[in-house]
Design a protein around this ligand. Structure first.
Ligand code: NAD
Length: 439
């Protein structure tokens, strides 16, 4: 069996590499020539634990191939997955231009029937647009050919993407008929040998399931951040609230940690896009709108704590930042809360030196030379007036206070993820600020 994956980013590369692991021949396509040339040599463009091994192994076995062209690689493929980016448009809706570009390219070159699977996160109705775009290209060529479309949204988490793909909690597949169902069942059977985890449904439901999942998770985060802000006002502790409610199986213990707000390539844009979809149907998604507003406010909470501590005067001060990526175990900087906090510090006239275990290159591409880049975590705190923890990488969890007190100018720690024991930090002579904590 042979399949094509169009778009070789976080989702396309992980999908292609993991599917090739089962023995299926996979052709990964991307329009980024440099990315494809590097991948052919086994150089991975992103940081994702375990991915490099799988990619290299399957290149060697000649099951995983990389190319820039759809046309010359489509022959003999039973399915083509579209996994290109769907960034937010100016009005917040998902921009599906790349998805439709890929669909048109398929339509202009396909020679035999296949299933065209949308894996990108796309608004309800997009698969129908894909179908129409392919059909229009076939008509331009005066060719009559049957083909199927399907929706197969992806649920992998960056930082754990390989594991998530190989052992999915569920696989969502939206189809219109048995042909598409049978092709996709064949591709996914190795990932759910007990058969329980694949949920087949109609295409609009599959498309909406992805947005509903991300908006629900974002809702949990914003809800807890609101609770944290309330805790600070009423003298309660959000960690206690988290344990208290997380022990209820109806609520669950995941995604209820207070912090500096959600970021990344998915939640912010998917929340926006679902609001927009509902608006287009004349319906106001009030809960989701509030989730977004709370998150935007939350990204500034740590900055306000900093300003308050220093009496609103931080001009010329030096801040050491620990963690830049939007979450640990990824180098993805898209919509990272660190960007909001750093830009606010810079706007207020402060200087910033940052350290992240893997996202330094990605951060430099966004922030340029506006901040200093440290060689290690303690270098970031050299002469710092405060240490600001933004992303909870493991290596930041147990700081060496003796080193910190030696190198820092003032002994203050702002903990944007509540990872430190406040009493221990204070026993070591540092002022401590967490999120929604009583101690
Ligand atoms: P990405 O930006 O990392 O990768 C997209 C790739 O598509 C890029 O390499 C780009 O060059 C390529 N591309 C764009 N148009 C193309 C075209 N016409 N032909 C060939 N290549 C093309 O994006 P991503 O993070 O992998 O996300 C892809 C989709 O999956 C998005 O819709 C996203 O919302 C969704 N998604 C992402 C994640 C995640 O954690 N990153 C998780 C689930 C779903």
């Amino acid at each position: 069996m042979k399949i094509l994956i169009i778009g070789t980013g976080y989702v396309g590369l992980v999908t292609g590499a993991c599917i090739s692991e089962t023995g299926i021949e996979v052709l990964c396509i991307d329009r980024d020539v440099e990315k494809i040339e590097n991948l052919k040599r086994g150089i991975i463009p992103i940081y994702e634990p375990g991915l490099e091994d799988i990619v290299r192994r399957n290149i060697e076995k000649q099951r995983l191939h990389f190319s820039t062209g759809i046309k010359e690689n489509l022959d003999g493929c039973e399915a083509a997955f579209i996994a290109v980016g769907t960034p937010p448009d100016e009005d917040g809706s998902a921009d599906i231009t790349h998805v439709l570009d890929a669909a048109r390219e398929i339509g202009s070159s396909m020679k035999e029937t296949l299933v065209i699977v949308t894996k990108s996160t796309v608004p309800v109705g997009t698969s129908l647009k894909v179908k129409n775009a392919v059909q229009a290209e076939l008509e331009k060529r005066h060719v009559s050919m049957t083909f199927d479309v399907a929706s197969n949204p992806e649920f992998l988490k960056e930082g754990n993407a390989v594991e998530d793909f190989l052992k999915p909690a569920r696989i969502i597949i939206g189809v219109e008929n048995e042909t598409a169902k049978s092709t996709l069942s064949k591709i996914y059977r190795p990932f759910q040998l007990n058969g329980y985890r694949t949920i087949f449904m109609d295409i609009p439901s599959a498309e909406l399931t992805k947005y509903a999942a991300n908006c629900m998770l974002a809702t949990k985060i914003s809800f807890m951040n609101e609770m944290a802000n309330l805790c600070e006002r009423v003298g309660a502790d959000v960690n206690m609230i988290r344990q208290g409610i997380g022990s209820d199986p109806r609520i669950g213990s995941k995604f209820i940690y207070a912090g500096v707000g959600y970021g990344g390539s998915c939640f912010p844009k998917d929340v926006k896009a679902l609001i927009k979809t509902a608006d287009e149907y004349g319906f106001s998604l009030d809960v989701v709108k509030a989730v977004e507003a709370v998150n935007n406010r939350q990204k500034e909470v740590l900055f306000h704590k900093i300003m308050h501590h220093f009496g609103n005067q931080i001009k010329g001060m030096q801040f050491g930042i620990w963690g830049l990526s939007f979450k640990p175990n990824t180098d993805d900087m898209r919509e990272a809360p660190s960007l909001v906090i750093i830009n606010k510090l810079l706007d207020a006239g402060a200087h910033v030196k940052a350290y992240d275990p893997v996202a330094m290159k990605a951060a430099r591409a966004v922030l340029g030379e506006s901040i200093g880049y440290a060689t290690d975590s303690y270098d970031a705190t050299l002469d710092a007036d405060a240490l600001v923890l933004i992303t909870e990488w493991s290596e930041f969890r147990v700081p060496n206070f003796r080193v910190l007190e030696k190198v820092m100018k003032q002994k203050v720690i702002f903990d944007g993820r509540n990872i430190y024991d406040a009493a221990e930090v204070r026993e070591n002579g540092f002022a401590y600020y967490g999120i929604g904590r009583k101690d």
